[in-house]
Design a protein around this ligand. Structure first.
Ligand code: SF4
Length: 462
């Protein structure tokens, strides 16, 4: 059984990597998204535009924002208040959940509709609301499927990526009592029928945010299904829960990020809906939502900000492209990571959302091929941040004792030719024993050092 903790990464990998069917589903889904993205980037260049320049621009926007996060958060909060949006700051998951539960109680909430929000997954808000006796309905189709299955998302933009159409058909038939079908249009129609009624009855809508514009006090939400717009406009109260890093200084800079995000996330030029929420409804007294509350969550983000080596992780606009392109993610899928944020960027964020001791193995779940950094729309140096986490875990002595000793020996050997030569002779002597258990290419008869000394290298090249 897959464990929902990064501490079980290695065990989870062993189990999942044997599941050929899962690997096929995930590879198919990630390849499709990557190929749509690649077509759009080619089209972008063919229109005479420069995708690389756009990425550089986005990197600079994110760098400027994160380097001056306090200033932009103050500006954002001022504008929210001027627009009539209430703001709360939560230090950690438990404080954020307490705020939400208190607000829901004050508003006599029985039914909450949610649009997709990874931050609410991060703080395990659904469990807390359900424990408090509140009905919670996920309205994003992928999230709805996951909720019906009693699972967690396996990808940040495609939560049900690990499920085939047949899997979903069986699930709907079992949980909703509808005839089996694997036709996406019919499955969507079933979900829509159920969800429409919930939208109309919901007391509160909870959403995340893709961006928060400081200069105007605006919450930006992008989506394809219209469910976020219904969740944020039909109930009388809208609660936004999001990380502090989502702030963007200006509307113009948000427009730059909006050009990159859908292309990188789903291979679309633009999503079907882009909502800019500036204030509660003002036209009539009973217009909805009458109230908007934004909860800005830290939960380890300020610690990332303090660490120069990983600070760029806060530039992330949560497109999921680094997961799609990662050969490890493609093989083990999202659940193996035991974290809300899987894949390369998740392996940087998770140690700060949990503990490094618990999550240290995630940074080793990378071939360091650099494909993640290559594809990232905001040019985060992902693979070097992963390397730093590895070295930090070693410094903290979180890696196994034997491994640390072997690396110490290796270092001594590399610094001293006599020890190196002795080690080499020892290895040559031991190799036949080792080879009984493991294939190992035979060691060369002579070392490079010997060949050089004897002039053989020189002779071969001349
Ligand atoms: S790190 Fe880059 S590629 Fe990965 S999710 Fe974030 S923005 Fe996308």
């Amino acid at each position: 059984m897959i464990q929902e903790s990064p501490a079980y990464f290695k065990e989870n990998i062993k189990q999942i990597s044997e599941d050929e069917n899962l690997r096929r589903i995930v590879r198919k889904a990630t390849s499709l998204t990557l190929s749509k993205r690649s077509d759009l980037v080619t089209e972008y260049y063919s229109e005479g535009k420069d995708w690389e320049a756009l990425r550089n621009q986005a990197h600079e926007i994110r760098k400027k924002t994160i380097d001056n996060l306090d200033t932009y958060l103050t500006d954002l909060e001022d504008h929210f208040e001027r627009n009539g949006i209430e703001v709360k700051h939560a230090i950690n998951a438990s404080e954020a959940c307490s705020f939400v539960l208190r607000i829901l109680k004050e508003h006599n909430t029985r039914l909450v509709v949610k649009s997709k929000s990874m931050v609410t997954e991060e703080i395990h808000l659904n469990d807390k609301m359900i424990e408090a006796g509140i009905e919670v309905v996920e309205t994003d189709l992928g999230e709805y499927i996951i909720q019906l299955a009693g699972e967690t998302p396996s990808h940040i933009t495609a939560p049900a990526m690990h499920k085939s159409r047949d899997d979903i058909g069986k699930l709907f038939s079992e949980k909703l009592g509808v005839p089996f079908t694997n036709d996406p249009a019919e499955l969507t129609a079933y979900a829509r029928r159920f969800l429409r009624e919930k939208f109309l009855k919901a007391d509160v809508g909870i959403s995340g945010a893709n961006f928060l514009i400081a200069e105007t006090g605006t919450v930006v939400i992008i989506e394809n299904e219209g469910n976020a717009r219904l969740s944020t406009t039909l109930p009388k109260l809208h609660i936004v829960i999001t990380g502090i890093e989502k702030v963007v200084p200006t509307l113009e800079e948000t427009a730059t990020l909006l050009k990159l995000l859908p292309v990188s996330a789903t291979g679309q030029k633009a999503t079907s809906y882009v909502s800019f929420i500036n204030s509660p409804a003002k036209v009539k007294e009973d217009a909805r939502p009458g109230k908007i509350i934004v909860i800005l969550l830290d939960n380890g983000r300020k610690e990332i900000l303090r660490r120069q080596e990983v600070r760029e992780a806060l530039y992330c606009i949560k497109c999921g492209a680094c997961m799609n392109v990662c050969p490890v993610y493609q093989t083990v899928s999202g659940h193996a990571y035991g974290s809300v944020y899987p894949g390369p960027i998740g392996s940087i964020l998770t140690p700060f959302l949990t503990t490094l001791k618990e999550s240290k193995d995630l940074a080793y779940g990378s071939s360091l091929c650099g494909a993640c950094s290559e594809i990232c729309p905001v040019k985060i140096d992902i693979h070097n941040a992963l390397l730093w986490i590895r070295s930090y875990a070693v410094q903290k002595k979180y890696t196994p004792f034997i491994e640390r000793m072997l690396f110490k020996l290796w270092r001594i050997a590399m610094e001293n030719i006599f020890v190196y030569n002795f080690g080499r002779s020892l290895l040559k002597f031991l190799q036949p024993l080792w080879s009984d258990y493991k294939d190992f290419p035979p060691l060369a008869e002579k070392s490079f050092h010997q060949l050089w000394k004897e002039g053989e290298i020189w002779n071969k090249n001349s």
